[in-house]
Design a protein around this ligand. Structure first.
Ligand code: URP
Ligand code: ZN
Ligand code: ZN
Ligand code: ZN
Length: 486
């Protein structure tokens, strides 16, 4: 017969409510929810919260970037994810200049073979041309309904406004959502050049070259262009009040605009870049940079008020040796930090234990909201019969000190090193498989599967009445659900 695994005696916590019930899992999905369930194997959840596994919608595993590759691959990255209660990740597929997106996808599929947890991709629009029109449709047919645009990294991943607007219009036609890395790459390049010419070569120059204004400007610009195109917009790694303000204002007007703070920006500040130890500072170099307390307060307030919806990591880890590429020039320090294993415990500790977030809000911002935005709800992000059994049994009394010695990531340090967390997984289930059991990692490489996400419909309506918002060639749209309640 079918193996039936029962999670017993816990309190189920979803984005909507908390209640006591057991969960029976069969064939990788939730078969039944109710009192006193029986099964072949019982997992004791007494004293625990039983929540939808976390979804990290922003990771870069084995990413070609700044002359190297990010150090964690799909295997170590998803093992880290599961260790911290995250059961699905979304990576960014990055076509080379002139490379067809479908060819890039084949490379990403090969990398993802070692994944221990389920995964999906966003497709980055890294160049523009006539052929992209059909290619983007082919990408959506492969189950990818999100297209990413870098407004920073001039001379590499950056797209200009003409390319951005063309892509936004195509996304709107396809029923897809546009993502943006919102920093003004031209202004960053000018500021980098000025700082270097003044002899400022250390990691503190990284933060000085990317002030909140460059993020605020790009966020405002992307919002206006997205509305002209009539496309929903998701702003990744929202780190400052200026960007948050633009998102808040757009939503208040009725635009579908979402903001994603990172756990790093919520708890770490820009004093890290003035640390006397070069390695310490360089290990924290990421874009956007960490900000001061005022910006952190803004991000927490956004999560509480619902003007920001998702907490991610942008996990893009580099070894000490890789970070040292920039020893004499901060613009050569590979941009990125880890966090996949730490997002849920750190957010619980700093969010729930401090009273800033309820357990239900914690589930919303770590899992359910993004499942709706990405159009994979309720397969993911839910505790419902028929949903994938991606579940974390969360022990609110379990505590630990974060240390690189015990982490799953392959890098030798951790930006949260030394931090005490209280609230950790007792069990993590990846599509029914017990991947983590009381700190022991039993994740299976190759267990992870691609999660397809159909386009959304009916299509988003522009508030702008600009006539050309309707694109020249029409495309049939699916009647799938629009994301609701986030
Ligand atoms: O510094 C960062 N964030 N590195 C990863 C690439 C990106 O911009 O998200
Ligand atoms: Zn980015
Ligand atoms: Zn990123
Ligand atoms: Zn398996």
């Amino acid at each position: 017969g079918i193996m039936r695994r029962v999670i017993k005696g816990g309190t189920i916590v979803t984005a909507d409510r908390s209640y006591e019930a057991d969960i029976a899992v069969e064939n990788g999905v939730i078969a039944e929810i109710g009192p006193d369930l029986k099964g072949d194997e019982v997992l004791d959840a007494s004293g625990c919260y039983v929540m939808p596994g976390g979804i990290d919608p922003h990771v870069h595993l084995q990413m070609p970037f700044m002359g190297t590759f990010s150090a964690d691959d799909f295997e170590s990255g998803t093992r880290a994810a599961l260790a911290g209660g995250t059961t699905m990740v979304v990576d960014f597929c990055l076509p080379d200049p002139q490379q067809a997106p479908l060819d890039a996808l084949a490379i990403w599929d090969a990398k993802a073979r070692g994944a221990c947890a389920d995964y999906s991709y966003h497709m980055a629009v890294t160049w523009w041309g006539e052929t992209m029109f059909d290619q983007m449709q082919a990408v959506t047919r492969r189950g990818i309904n999100t297209f990413k645009h870098f407004l920073a990294y001039k001379g590499a991943l950056m797209v200009n406004d003409e390319e951005l607007f063309a892509s936004f219009r195509r996304c709107a036609e396809l029923g897809s959502t546009a993502l943006v890395h919102a920093e003004n790459g031209d202004v960053v390049a000018a500021m980098q050049e000025k700082l270097l010419s003044e002899g400022l070569t250390g990691p503190e120059g990284h933060a000085l070259s990317r002030p909140p204004e460059v993020e605020g400007e790009a966020t405002n610009r992307a919002i206006m262009l997205a509305d002209m195109a009539g496309v929903p917009l998701y702003v990744v790694h929202t780190s400052c009040e200026q960007a948050h303000e633009a998102i808040r204002r757009a939503r208040q007007k009725g635009m579908r605009v979402y903001g994603e703070p990172l756990i790093q920006h919520l708890v770490l500040d820009d004093s890290e870049y003035r640390h006397e130890n070069w390695d310490h500072a360089a290990q924290r170099v990421m874009s956007p940079p960490f900000r001061d307390k005022r910006h952190q307060d803004s991000l927490w307030a956004g999560l509480q008020a619902g003007s920001l919806q998702v907490v991610a990591t942008d996990h893009c880890a580099f070894t000490i040796e890789q970070k040292r590429f920039g020893l004499n020039d901060f613009t050569r320090i590979p941009n990125g930090t880890g966090g996949l294993e730490d997002r849920m415990p750190v957010l619980w500790t700093e969010g729930v234990n401090t009273g800033r977030l309820t357990p239900n809000e914690f589930v919303a911002v770590t899992s359910t909201n993004i499942a709706k935005i990405l159009n994979c709800y309720p397969q993911k992000g839910a505790i419902l019969p028929g949903s994938d059994a991606d579940i974390v049994v969360w022990d609110p009394e379990k505590s630990a000190t974060i240390t690189p010695e015990r982490q799953q990531s392959v890098v030798e340090y951790n930006v949260f090193e030394g931090r005490e967390v209280k609230g950790l997984p007792r069990y993590t289930l990846a599509r029914g498989e017990v991947a983590v059991e009381d700190g022991a990692i039993r994740a299976t490489p190759g267990h992870g599967r691609f999660v397809g996400r159909p386009p959304m419909g009916p299509v988003n309506k522009a508030l702008s009445t600009w006539k050309a918002a309707t694109a020249p060639r029409g495309v049939a749209r699916s009647a799938a659900n629009m994301p609701g309640g986030v």
